[in-house]
Design a binder for this molecule. Sequence first.
Ligand SMILES: NC(=O)c1ccc[n+]([C@@H]2O[C@H](COP(=O)([O-])OP(=O)(O)OC[C@H]3O[C@@H](n4cnc5c(N)ncnc54)[C@H](O)[C@@H]3O)[C@@H](O)[C@H]2O)c1
Length: 442
Amino acid sequence: MTCKMAVFGTGYLGATHAACMAELGHEVLGVDVDVDKLARLEAGEVPFFEPGLDEVLKRNIDAGRLRFTTSYEEAAEFADIHFIGVGTPQKKGEFAADLSYVEAVVDSLAPLLTRPAVIFGKSTVPVGTAARLGARARQLAPAGDEVEVAWNPEFLREGFAVKDTLHPDRIVLGIDPVRSHRAEDVAREVYAQQLQEDTPFLVTDLATAELVKTAANAFLATKISFINAMAEVCEASSADVTVLADAIGHDARIGRRFLNAGIGFGGGCLPKDIRAFMARAGELGADQALTFLREVDNINMRRRTRMVELAKDAVGGSLLGTRIAVLGAAFKPDSDDVRDSPALNVAGQIQLQGAAVTVYDPQAMKNSMALFPTLSYASSAVEACRGADVVLVLTEWNEFRQIVPQALGNVVRNKHVIDGRNCLDPAAWRTAGWTYRGMGRL
Ligand SMILES: NC(=O)c1ccc[n+]([C@@H]2O[C@H](COP(=O)([O-])OP(=O)(O)OC[C@H]3O[C@@H](n4cnc5c(N)ncnc54)[C@H](O)[C@@H]3O)[C@@H](O)[C@H]2O)c1
């Protein structure tokens, strides 16, 4: 059955959700306050890099199932199903999440809701937010108690966002067990195709659904920091963390995924989500339960400092006057997202210590230049490495894995490579005459 829906916020999450819902056959209106972004989306152009999303967007605009607007009035008139996908960034100077964008959507939308409607929150929010927004929506909406707020957290991974939205590994829906009478049925219509594919569908109360998302991100961050802590011990004891990860990863209870030591996690989700989680636990009087996340955060941040130290060691103790090539700026491969990117953070720290830093990334150049305009940028990996004293590989793009060390050896000043993602073959680089350093490996 075709549903009509509006999606508020057309960033990484919202644009993907809107396009994929249209791909499922629904009629979708994307709503944003950023007119430039909307103009690009309307023209069939994805304003960020996400493999496969361009085609889905174009196909559904052409089919007339997907449109965009700045008008909340138009959205309220068009649909009775609304998704919230706006940002929930970290507040400046605090760990807590800034909920002003999510609140602004409810405050603008609810007064326009004259018919029964369901608002599904997808943004990542602190536990308790959905209940509060529900009360606010009922109070502001002319339709009153006929407006429901449910929470439907999003688990997509940038780089795999289309697949993850069309074929998620689970769908979680939090509803108000006392008041809700439509949200679950509506969600079953919206996600009919996924449910036919036997996607696990977990219907919970609002608080549990909110916590599922933050708990999942806390676990993933902990797994990465665990292996990075092991990398520190491996470095101190001349052991190899990549072999260690393979060996413990064979244990099905542990699993090999997310056990890659390196310069740690970043991006628009994990760092701010674990901090918001700690802040919220504090408000709830459960701060002791999450004090370990502060250590997870500390371990993660130490990896960036460690990379700067390794670069310094490679040039003999001082970065002043050296030339450093940085390969990778996105927080992870197959994305152009540079929010809290470990790669750019390292590049910035090295530049502050007096080195001339040249950065290259296959997709994230524009975003990097906007965030760090004082770094130098090159149009290819080879150009970034020309005359370099050290080459740092800071994002594990396939393009970098495939570099032929012999060829790159001809353009650098000194053949030092530091593999911040343990993604290169040490033997191949050493055979080609390079000194190779990884993170926690020999
Ligand atoms: N990016 C991901 O991989 C991902 C995955 C899962 C969950 N999330 C969560 O989804 C949320 C959005 O993340 P994102 O990465 O898409 O952020 P984003 O910054 O890319 O997009 C947010 C969008 O919301 C728009 N916006 C702001 N105020 C608005 C308003 N009042 N009305 C309409 N639009 C408005 C902004 O202009 C922007 O386009 C966050 O809570 C994030 O934690 C993100």
